[in-house]
Design a protein around this ligand. Structure first.
Ligand SMILES: CNC(=O)[C@@H](NC(=O)[C@H](CC(C)C)CN(O)C=O)C(C)(C)C
Ligand SMILES: [Ca+2]
Ligand SMILES: [Zn+2]
Ligand SMILES: [Zn+2]
Length: 162
């Protein structure tokens, strides 16, 4: 299971902060910023959560691109294979989302679509596990064919958020 959940499985607040650290060189910073923001808005729409971006302070969700060994117990594996991972809600590394920068990150259908992968990772950052439903955003395998609109997480509408 790629969501390295710690024992807490929900944030105990509705305003979650995020901070984008090291960027990928595959895309302009502004494009990365907007794809990350769009991926978070998917979850904001499906819950009562609000996401606030911080620039200098440590945030609940630290977003970074890195390769191989990068300071946690889950080193990346070069091109292909694992694309990213994220930690369940909690202090410190809890909530953080890391993207393997040995992948080619795109805003379109080439390489790996950052919006789709980020939406999946932020699901873990909010405490969600994988779904066996191939149409779900939380399906464990990347599928570029998934159109963002029909992968709206129905989770909260069925289970509620708080
Ligand atoms: C193309 N490679 C894959 O499909 C790989 N899957 C992933 O990298 C998952 C992320 C995707 C679903 C965005 C890892 N994960 O669950 C993170 O939370 C493998 C299935 C090979 C592990
Ligand atoms: Ca990889
Ligand atoms: Zn996952
Ligand atoms: Zn990591």
């Amino acid at each position: 299971d790629y969501s390295h959940n710690n024992r807490v499985n929900r944030w105990n607040k509705n305003v979650i902060t995020y901070n984008i650290g090291r960027y990928t060189s595959d895309l302009p910073h502004s494009t990365v910023d907007s794809l990350i923001e769009s991926a978070l808005s998917v979850w904001a729409r499906a819950s009562t959560l609000t996401f606030v971006r911080l620039r200098t302070q440590r945030a609940d969700i630290m977003v970074e691109f890195s390769t191989f060994e990068h300071g946690d117990a889950y080193p990346f594996d070069g091109s292909k294979g694992t694309l990213a991972h994220a930690f369940g809600p909690g202090e410190g590394i809890g909530g953080d989302a890391h993207f393997d920068d040995d992948e080619t990150w795109t805003a379109g259908s080439k390489g790996f679509n950052l919006y789709l992968v980020a939406a999946h990772e932020f699901g873990h950052s909010l405490g969600l596990r994988h779904s066996q439903n191939p149409e779900s955003l939380m399906y464990p395998t990347y599928k570029s064919s998934r159109s963002p609109k029909n992968s709206q997480p129905y989770y909260y509408s069925r289970h509620g958020w708080n």
